[in-house]
Design a protein around this ligand. Structure first.
Ligand SMILES: [Cu+2]
Length: 146
């Protein structure tokens, strides 16, 4: 999957690769939109840009309960919720209100349904309520099919 490593390509070779269809294998669905962070291996913790970290107890898989924890959450947070969606697809809403499980740590369990298009590029949005406002952080997390 060398062509997926865009960092080492010049603009010109990148454009040529796109015209030549070389990037097709990268799959548009796996390229997150701007502002979406990618967490490749949540089972070994992803530190997010805002300083919070996300960890799942096991590698995410559809239909299998996913125990997840968000750490280094602001101590002024009064509620933390995780909602899972897929870009460009309307799917049944999936979400869980996390419970405080330690200092600055919130945990809960999420069960992802099977995607009818066979996609695995879920987007998890962490919604942290602080006072009357809320902060949203969207992370792309792959979930293996059965
Ligand atoms: Cu889907």
């Amino acid at each position: 999957m060398m062509v997926c490593n865009l960092r080492h390509m010049t603009t010109r070779s990148l454009a040529a690769a796109m015209v030549g269809g070389l990037l097709a294998g990268c799959g548009l669905g796996s390229t997150p939109p701007q502002g979406v962070e990618v967490c490749k291996d949540p089972a070994s913790t992803c530190v997010l840009g805002n300083g919070m970290s996300l960890q799942t107890r096991t590698t995410p898989k559809v239909l299998v309960p996913i125990d997840l924890s968000v750490r280094d959450v602001s101590t002024s947070a009064t509620a933390v919720r995780v909602e899972a969606t897929m870009a460009g697809m309307s799917m049944p809403p999936v979400g869980v209100d996390l419970r405080g499980s330690g200092p600055s740590e919130w945990s809960g369990q999420l069960i992802l349904p099977v995607c009818s298009q066979g996609r695995s590029d879920w987007q998890w949005t962490l919604i942290t309520r602080v006072g009357s406002g809320e902060q949203r952080t969207t992370i792309q997390v792959e979930a293996a099919q059965r």
